[in-house]
Design a binder for this molecule. Structure first.
Ligand code: C2E
Ligand code: CA
Ligand code: CA
Length: 573
């Protein structure tokens, strides 16, 4: 064992030497008189134990302990402080400064010194283990185990710390949020192992375009972030965003297969957009969605317009919450007319709610309800209300009407949806075949885990599935094949009265022929004029919905006009 004695008093040193020689400890002993001399020798030699005098000339024992803390290569070194004084605070100071033990010189004997040396070594060992395990835990808590990058927890702390530091300077921080396009497709179709490999490769490529002072983190799933600090020019953030996109452009080779994984990037800037970490994050997220919306593989900065839109939807979201609590929603029902008989064949339930007697537009509040997922609760209410109304009409007028109910894509992620539909059908004793659920093409193909299962589940219950707004999106024949579709609703923009395009009638004719060839029923929406109606009847469209017959009606209006009088609209044909 290598022991260093640091003591300026020759008599004390001799005493310690004598005691050490009488002990069972086998040791090489080096003696020095000052802190500086000790430091000099510690730079060259590794020791196991230092027996350190508290009172030394120039700098004392505590000074040496403090120096040792920042010296490398001495992590297994144990220090025993010695003093002639018995004062408790000396012992405490020494332990706090890093000594493993404290001995009063007049009390030192063979037994005490031997025990102190062995227990100081054991303590030093334990302390090291504790430090290492703390570091390992910290590492685990702050890092993503898959990519080795910092994780969300570290990113949050880092961003908050940087904002504090930048308060003094004029420099900016840019926050880039990076979301991979179509990652879910890879995961679902090639398995999680391939997905994981892709994430690792993506992380490497992004890292490759960054300098050292930029923090790259994986926030979870396929979402990464880069925090750029001490930014002088915002254009630098854009350049890095573009570089990341470029780096991801080349295909990734995984398990001998080639994958494309571009990204959508959103950027927010401190202090321009906000001085608050949470807000900066939200704003970068909004900008990232703008990139996705604009066609992916894009970089977008958060801007004032997005902020206004964000605040507006924030206000709408809050009023929707209140509307849910106060049960302010109600339904109107738009007649759907059978083109052969000219009679009412069903209705579409359309949601309504007013603020200060002013009707709110569903095209404005439904998208907010979808984004905030409030649509799940609202949608469940619509299903309950519409089936209840249908059961009342069944009981009073037995007209066998169909009830069309709109479903949002977010509802196709609601695991309770099918159970809820079943519950409503049972509760009100309504046959499933009388209910039609309307979905848009975009809702069908949105990247969600359970949507296919849920659509099939609804169909298996015996309810019908309508494809809404057909002709506005993909108008894809493969969607009509792939999903259990019963009815197609042709969008109002394809009605002759709605379009100035000279060949709109040809387009409509072609679409109708295509749908009819698949034996699907067709409803024409937005039929506003006699010309629209005549053209649709000519094409043998099954059902007609639109202002030509009626706008969406209240329950009383609908009963008054259609159910009590049982009026035929054939005359209008
Ligand atoms: P949508 O499903 O396409 O519903 C048809 C919309 O067209 C209704 O607008 C209806 O009032 C309107 N409309 C009907 N006939 C005509 C016509 O001849 N000409 C014109 N120009 N428009 C006509 P509304 O009620 O404002 O609803 C707008 C959209 O809001 C709906 O479009 C639907 O996507 C959504 N929505 C409404 N109620 C619900 C609901 O309960 N749940 C969900 N998820 N979405 C709903
Ligand atoms: Ca609809
Ligand atoms: Ca529609």
């Amino acid at each position: 064992m290598n022991i260093l004695i640091v003591d300026d008093d020759i008599v004390d040193r001799e005493m310690i030497l004598r005691i050490l020689k009488r002990s069972k400890i086998l040791c090489n002993i080096t003696e020095v008189e000052t802190v500086d001399a000790a430091l000099e020798i510690l730079n060259k030699t590794i020791f196991d134990i230092i027996l350190l005098d508290y009172n030394l000339p120039q700098r004392n024992g505590i000074d040496l302990l403090l120096e040792l803390k920042v010296m490398p290569n001495h992590k297994d070194l144990a220090v025993i402080m010695m003093s002639t004084s018995k004062a408790d605070d000396l012992a405490l100071n020494s332990i706090n400064a890093g000594a493993q033990d404290f001995l009063v010189k007049t009390e030192i004997n063979v037994f005490r010194l031997q025990r102190a040396i062995l227990s100081a070594q054991a303590r030093s060992c334990l302390e090291n283990e504790l430090i290492q395990s703390h570091q390992r835990t910290k590492e685990l808590a702050e890092h993503d185990s898959l990519t080795g990058l910092s994780n969300r927890y570290f990113f949050d702390n880092h961003l908050n710390r940087e904002i504090q530091c930048h308060k003094e300077s004029n420099n900016k921080i840019a926050l880039l949020l990076i979301d991979l396009d179509h990652f879910k497709y890879v995961n679902d179709n090639y398995g999680h192992d391939v997905g994981d490999q892709l994430l690792i490769e993506v992380a490497k490529r992004i890292k490759g375009v960054l300098r050292k002072n930029e923090l790259l983190a994986r926030l979870g799933g396929d979402e990464f972030s880069v925090t750029l600090t001490n930014l002088h020019d915002i254009a630098d953030a854009n350049r890095i965003g573009e570089r990341i996109n470029e780096a991801l452009l080349a295909p990734f080779e995984i398990n001998n297969k080639s994958f494309i994984s571009a990204a959508s990037i959103g950027i927010s800037v401190y202090p321009n957009d906000s001085a608050n970490a949470k807000e900066l994050f939200k704003y970068a997220d909004i900008a990232m969605y703008r990139s996705k919306h604009n066609g992916r593989n894009q970089v977008s900065f958060f801007d004032m317009k997005m902020k206004e839109a964000f605040l507006e939807s924030f206000v709408i979201e809050n009023t929707l919450r209140t509307a849910i609590d106060n049960q302010d929603f109600y339904l109107h029902y738009q007649p759907v007319i059978d083109s052969n008989t000219g009679k009412l064949s069903g209705v579409e339930a359309l949601i309504r709610y007013d603020i200060d007697n002013i009707r709110q537009n569903p095209d404005s509040f439904i998208p907010v309800a979808e984004k905030s997922r409030l649509i799940i609760e609202i949608g469940q209410w619509v299903i309950l209300q519409a089936t209840k109304q249908l059961s009342l009409w069944n009981a009073h007028y037995s007209p066998q009407l169909t009830m069309a109910i709109n479903l949002s894509s977010a509802q196709l992620n609601d695991e309770q949806l099918i159970a809820h539909i079943k519950y409503c059908l049972n509760l009100f004793n309504v046959p499933a075949s009388q209910i039609e659920f309307e979905l848009t093409e975009t809702a069908l193909i949105v990247e969600q885990e359970n949507s296919n299962k849920i659509i099939q589940g609804i169909s298996d219950l015996g309810c019908k599935i309508s494809l809404d707004d057909f002709g506005t999106g993909f108008s894809s024949i493969s969607h009509l094949h792939r999903f259990p579709i019963d009815i197609v609703k042709i969008d109002k923009s394809l009605m002759p009265s709605a379009s100035t395009e000279y060949n709109i009638k040809k387009l409509l004719t072609g679409l109708v022929a295509m749908i009819q060839s698949l034996d699907l029923k067709i409803i024409a929406e937005g039929v506003e004029t006699k010309d629209d109606l005549d053209f649709c009847t000519q094409l043998n469209v099954d059902k007609i919905q639109g202002y030509y017959y009626d706008k969406p009606l209240t329950i009383n209006e609908l009963e008054e006009k259609y159910l009590l009088r049982k009026e035929s609209f054939k005359s209008k044909l």
